[in-house]
Design a protein. Structure first.
Length: 331
């Protein structure tokens, strides 16, 4: 018999429903407050504390502190899908929506979980470190692009020399910071044989450079049990079809789920692969001959590259054009 604690997580607060005494409380979304909550629960549940299950929606960085705490304390969790929770709440006829009411509904949602979904959350520290550093790299890249655009705007009209010089210094500094971040990421990768092998194998694929190999390695170590179809969905390359009756027939498009950093980092690699790799070139041209729009054909190539990269990572193999010729539709 599980003791289900519902937790609704926001940026600053966590709404908590404790069924044993029907208490609704709000705590800060901080490690100190979470530790205090756990101490309170140990007093309430005593010898039954091992049957505790935290039920909450995974909300990225907002839920990471709680997830990490549960991992360290070996607390079982059910990370409920937000859409699944929304449908469950409607099914219960709950029309009011507050954080505390959501926490109450969450505490009653355990029956939605499959057996393998009630478990101590797994955290891959290397994947989290790479993710945080890549997030910082993405931030620096955006800042650099904005600074370059501003510099070009000023330079085109021969603007203030001081501002132009300062912008040039900023761009130089941002480039150095980008390089430093990549060095830090590669230090993590080179520190573990499995990571290094995966990174090296992925990088042998045509069109995959340093950044592409890093983001794909992060994706694969973050979701170690994902199959090829799931990997495509996690990167946002899974197709979506909208049809209803005889009147609604929208064009097929990709879901764009997951972080943009994956698709953004691979786009230029697709251009390189189509140009220099015979397998991907033939695959792209065949799609074009079959009437696919250029952009859709490029997306299909990207999906194919991700699937092959996943195969290289899983099987600890380097890219062999002849071996993967059939996978790209070649004879």
């Amino acid at each position: 018999m599980f003791n289900c604690i519902g937790l609704d997580i926001s940026k600053e607060l966590i709404a908590v429903h404790i069924p044993i005494n029907k208490v609704d409380i709000e705590i800060d979304n901080s490690i100190k407050s979470i530790k205090g909550l756990y101490s309170k629960l140990k007093k309430l549940y005593k010898n039954d504390i091992d049957n505790l299950v935290f039920i909450f929606e995974p909300t990225g960085s907002y839920s990471f502190t709680l997830t990490k705490f549960c991992n360290e304390k070996r607390i079982k969790c059910f990370l409920i899908n937000p859409k699944q929770f929304s449908n469950h709440s409607k099914a219960l006829g709950e029309r009011n929506k507050t954080d505390l009411i959501d926490a109450q509904v969450l505490s009653k949602s355990l029956h939605l979980a499959k057996d393998n979904e009630i478990k101590v959350p797994y955290i891959n520290k290397e994947a989290e470190n790479i993710k945080e550093l890549m997030g910082y790299y993405k931030f620096l890249s955006k800042q650099k692009t904005k600074t370059i655009n501003h510099l070009e705007s000023l330079s085109s009209k021969e603007g203030n020399s001081y501002a132009i010089n300062e912008l040039k210094k900023s761009i130089k500094n941002l480039k150095k910071q980008e390089t430093d971040v990549l060095i830090k990421i590669k230090e993590i990768i080179y520190s573990e044989k499995n990571l290094l092998n995966g990174y090296t194998n992925i990088k042998t694929l045509s069109g995959i450079g340093e950044i592409g190999a890093i983001v794909l390695l992060h994706l694969f170590i973050k979701y170690p049990k994902a199959n090829q179809r799931q990997i495509s969905a996690l990167i946002g390359l899974d197709p979506i079809v909208k049809q209803s009756g005889t009147s609604v027939h929208k064009k097929e498009k990709i879901s764009k789920a997951g972080s943009k950093i994956y698709r953004g980092s691979l786009f230029m690699g697709v251009m390189t692969a189509i140009r220099f790799d015979e397998n991907f070139k033939n695959f792209f041209e065949r799609l074009k001959l079959n009437g696919k729009h250029t952009t859709l054909a490029q997306i299909a190539v990207m999906r194919k590259m991700v699937i092959i990269a996943h195969s290289l990572y899983k099987n600890d193999k380097q890219y062999d054009k002849e071996f993967y010729k059939k996978a790209c539709g070649g004879l």
